[in-house]
Design a protein around this ligand. Structure first.
Ligand SMILES: [Zn+2]
Length: 424
């Protein structure tokens, strides 16, 4: 065979994304609204009945919708379980394959970012692979040597680079802020949002010069590098890390693995669960190395943000127990109200705010409980980005919504960044 034909075929395969959409044929996402406390408890306990489920939105409160992905193999068992406990459901996504197939075609048409490209070549209205993202961050640092520098956080379980970028004008002992995305692999809008912020801070220097003369901003687009890569190569709906196997299953929930009140609530000790908290706190090298960096820099860190999707929420600690708050919770409430107002002013999206357990569900071993309680970073916030619970795409958020979602998120974050810059 002609060597050029072989090369052309190889390039076609490596640039097209073999997202395996066929595997989602017949997967449905159900919307279930528990009407009583008993129903809520039954829904939360569904895994103990032996059905390992994938909640897209976990059961929260009576009257609030949960989203549950059901494979064709699980379908009859899940429906029987719901019927037994007299819970009704509606269909949120009829066939997940349709959404992932469309997304796969959009990805295949994206503009890749190659090593050495000019940073302006990044397409912020598209999703990108880890390789693209690392190349982009390197280009940003190279093009802005006094403003930006690469921060090596370490290596993932599968020896991929864990990389952050520090953005700030020269200065010593400046207050600092950390923003990360991609801790849950499939939550692609969070990674895209961090790239958007990197671009904002490095291409609009007059707009942000005062801010960046006062504070440094650390941005890490992909905390869970292995899981993120796996969503491109194997399973678009992967959430956890890729360590293991343990009991035949891979991965730990990296937002249940932090070493504060580990394993207390809202996590599972079953390695096959989506919320498996791991064999021990910080068993996972990705959260461990991020925590090590944050710990080493805690004297300067004044705010920490951990981005998730979806459901449009702005959360402060704590997640490990209900009605448990940091001592300065009134300060957190006040700035959260300002932040969600700033978000709403951009596109009209209404984020709700409160502590993790107030508005979502108990979840111990999370990032922000650790950064607040152990490191003393008062402004520790978690966010659930677009879409809200009504839009019927969930994690498969169309790339046409990236800019709108990222810009509203950035407006909210800036409320806190400006407060830090003003010493508040
Ligand atoms: Zn998440």
């Amino acid at each position: 065979m002609n060597v050029f034909l072989v090369l052309a075929a190889f390039l076609a395969v490596s640039f097209a994304f073999p997202i395996q959409y066929e595997m989602f044929e017949g997967h449905q996402v159900l919307r279930i609204v528990p009407q009583t406390k008993e129903q809520l408890e039954h829904l939360l306990a569904i895994e103990s009945s032996g059905i390992l489920v994938d909640f897209w939105i976990e059961p929260r409160q009576v009257g609030k919708a949960a989203h549950l992905r059901v494979t064709p193999q699980q379908h009859d068992d899940v429906l029987a379980y719901l019927k037994k406990h007299e819970m009704e459901h509606t269909i949120y996504i009829e066939n997940l394959r349709t959404l992932v197939e469309r997304e796969s075609k959009e990805l295949a048409e994206r503009v890749p970012f190659n090593a050495g490209d000019d940073p302006s070549k990044i397409t912020l209205n598209q999703y990108h692979t880890l390789a693209d993202i690392l190349a982009y961050m390197n280009s940003v640092a190279t093009a802005n040597p006094t403003l930006a520098s690469i921060v090596n956080i370490g290596m993932s379980y599968q020896k991929q680079a864990l990389t952050a970028i520090k953005i700030g004008n020269p200065g010593t002992n400046k207050p600092a802020v950390w923003i990360d995305g991609g801790i849950h692999a499939r939550e692609w809008i969070t990674t895209a949002t961090v790239l958007y912020i990197i671009n904002e801070l490095t291409t609009k220097q007059s707009q942000y010069s005062k801010l960046l003369s006062t504070i440094d901003v650390y941005l890490m687009p992909v905390v869970n590098a292995d899981g993120y890569t796996y969503t491109f190569t194997n399973d678009r709906m992967w959430r956890k890390t890729r360590s293991g196997p343990r009991s035949g299953c891979y991965g730990v929930d990296p937002n249940r693995n932090w070493n504060f009140k580990w394993g207390v609530a809202g996590s599972s000790n079953n390695p096959c669960s989506e919320t498996y908290d791991g064999p021990s706190p910080f068993s996972e090298v990705e959260p461990k190395q991020v925590a090590d960096f944050l710990t080493a820099n805690k004297a300067n860190l004044k705010a920490y943000f951990n981005l998730h999707s979806y459901s449009e929420d702005w959360m402060y600690p704590f997640g490990w127990a209900a009605h448990t708050y940091p001592a300065d919770v009134n300060k957190l409430k006040a700035i959260s109200a300002q932040a969600v107002a700033a978000i709403q002013a951009v596109n009209g999206e209404k984020f709700q705010y409160g502590s993790i357990t107030d508005i979502v569900y108990p979840a111990s071993g999370s990032t922000i409980d650790f950064t607040n309680a152990v490191l003393g970073i008062d402004y520790s916030f978690g966010m659930e980005l677009r879409p809200n619970g009504d839009a019927s795409n969930g994690f498969v958020l169309p790339p046409s919504q990236i800019i709108a979602g990222a810009s509203e998120t950035w407006a909210g974050l800036q409320v806190v960044l400006n407060a830090v810059a003003n010493g508040q």
